[in-house]
Each structure stands twice: as C-alpha cells, then as structure tokens.
Design a protein around this ligand. Structure first.
Ligand SMILES: NC(=O)c1ccc[n+]([C@@H]2O[C@H](COP(=O)([O-])OP(=O)(O)OC[C@H]3O[C@@H](n4cnc5c(N)ncnc54)[C@H](O)[C@@H]3O)[C@@H](O)[C@H]2O)c1
Length: 262
C-alpha cells in the first residue's frame, strides 16, 4: 500500500460483506486512509472479529448485522451508519455468494438466492445509501464488486455469472441516473483473488494442478498468479476516491491480465 495517503479523512464508508476477503481488505484500506467504516454482514462472529482487528490497528470501525437481500435489514444498516457516523459518503457493494453447480443441477432456490444477494442486494443497498447521500447533499461514491465472469462463460457458474452480468448493467444504469445527484458509481471486475470464496469443497482452487497448469504454466493469467485481496482493495479505494473523478459507470478489470487472453 502506498504510504501516507489520507483520501478518506472525515468520510464514512459502508462495506457489505466486509468481514472477510476483499471486503475486509477494502475496509482496512479505506480506514487506513481516514474513513470510518461500517461493515454490514450476516455473521455477527466474523463481523465482530473484523472490527476488533481494525480497532486493534487504531482504525475506526463498526459492525452492523445485515443480510443485503433483506430490505428491512438494509434500511437498518444504512440508518445505523448514519446514526453512528452522521452520513454515508461511500458504499462498497461487495457481498456475494458462490456455490458451484452445473446449470441443470441448479435449483430454483439456489438461483434465486444468488440473484437475491448479488443483484437485489446491490439494488437495495444502492437505493438506501443513495437516498441518504442525496438527503445530506453528499457527493457519494459507490463501487460495485463484480467479476470478469460477468462477460464470460465458465462451467458450473451460470447463476453467479448471470448475476454478475446483471450487476454490471446495474452499475452502468445507476451511474447514468445518479451522476446528476453528485453520485459516482463504478465497478471492479475481479479475476482469481485469494479469499475464502476461492476455497471450494475445502480445496484452494489456486493451489490445484489445473490452476497451475492452465493459468500459471500456460500463462492464461499473464501475471502467472492469483491476486491478493489487498490488490483488489487498492483499485476499489481508487474508484471511491477523487483520483477517479472522471470515471462514471466503468467496469475495471483487476485480474492479472486474465481477461485479455483466450
Ligand atoms: N475471490 C475471487 O476470486 C473473486 C473473483 C471475482 C469476484 N469476486 C467478488 O469479490 C467479492 C468479495 O468476495 P471474496 O472473494 O472476498 O469472498 P468472501 O466470501 O470472503 O466475501 C463475501 C462476503 O459477503 C458476505 N455475504 C454473503 N452473503 C451475504 C448477505 N446476504 N448479506 C451480507 N453479506 C453477505 C460473506 O459473509 C462474506 O463476508 C464478491 O462480490 C465476489 O463475487 C471474488
């Protein structure tokens, strides 16, 4: 991390799914640059643990239990953020779930749950946060965490990929409609990042033979490695900052070059 940047001094950031992985690194990065962060997540244990780790580093953070797919809980998350820290300047729509499954084996419940969390979650959080940003006259910044899967087909991920495709469209359409309310909305499309999500059935996918063969040895990822959550967080923080002042509705790949090969 570049030392000494304080781009978020006095700002409040809400990060969904911010207790683990990319969300936690983003919370850490924003707070290290002066933000007061509110982590919204389903699990009180991991949420409290994350807040303790941030506070132990002298950072300002709070946890609010919230399922992003539940309209009442999202409203409460944003209300509590305002109650704690007066306003919401930044929203990171990061929460997501991924459970692999072939299309024909994907149940209606699985399909709906993935869409509920990824698409409806971003819809609800964006609307509730933007409403408060507009009310307070805040120049809001929203970053959606998408995937390069949003524009590609991959076995066993039809629900997740379709949902991330919908999220990219939500990024573009909300960016267009909310820019004249002073709210800038952009997105990152992540490739393989080392987080709890990359552990499937107890196996770290980046440590498997097929990953080493296809993505590393055969250079399908030009940088020949998976990414670290801090490397995703750096770009998310950039998009949430005034360094990205002329960006609106962009979907920026953070994937070691994976999306440029075939
Ligand atoms: N790790 C990767 O390789 C990768 C690749 C592409 C995109 N992404 C995206 O990055 C983002 C972060 O994922 P990660 O890799 O850090 O994995 P992760 O599993 O650590 O993070 C997801 C977080 O979302 C939370 N969450 C899930 N459902 C929720 C709900 N209904 N309400 C609130 N919180 C909920 C989880 O508890 C978890 O903390 C996700 O949007 C994911 O799709 C990750």
């Amino acid at each position: 991390m570049e030392q000494g940047l304080r781009r978020f001094e006095g700002k409040t950031a809400v990060i969904t799914g911010g207790a683990t992985g990319v969300g936690f690194s983003t919370a850490h990065r924003l707070a290290s640059e002066g933000a007061r962060v509110v982590i919204g997540g389903r699990r009180a244990d991991t949420g409290s643990e994350a807040v303790e780790r941030l506070r132990a580093s002298g950072l300002e953070a709070a946890f609010v239990r919230a399922d992003v797919a539940d309209a009442n809980q999202v409203r409460d998350l944003m209300d509590q953020a305002v109650r704690l820290y007066d306003r919401i300047d930044i929203l990171i729509n990061n929460a997501a779930i991924f459970t692999p499954g072939r299309f024909m084996d994907t149940s209606w419940e699985d399909w709906r749950r993935v869409f509920d969390v990824i698409v409806s979650g971003a819809y609800l959080c964006t609307k509730e946060a933007a409403r408060r940003m507009i009310k307070e006259g805040v120049q809001g910044r929203i970053v959606n965490v998408s995937s390069i899967n949003s524009t590609r087909a991959l076995e066993e991920s039809s629900h997740y990929n379709a949902a991330k495709g919908a999220l990219d469209q939500l990024t573009r359409n909300t960016a267009l409609e909310l820019i004249d309310r002073g709210i800038r909305i952009n997105s990152v499309a992540l490739g393989f990042i080392d987080t709890p999500m990359s552990v499937v059935d107890g196996v770290k996918e980046h440590e498997t033979d097929w990953f080493r063969d296809i993505y590393v040895a055969r250079k399908k990822i030009p940088q020949q490695r998976s990414g670290q959550p801090e490397e995703a967080a750096g770009v998310i923080a950039f998009l949430a900052s005034e360094d990205a002042s002329y960006m609106c509705g962009a979907v920026v790949a953070v994937d070691g070059g994976l999306s440029i090969t075939f």
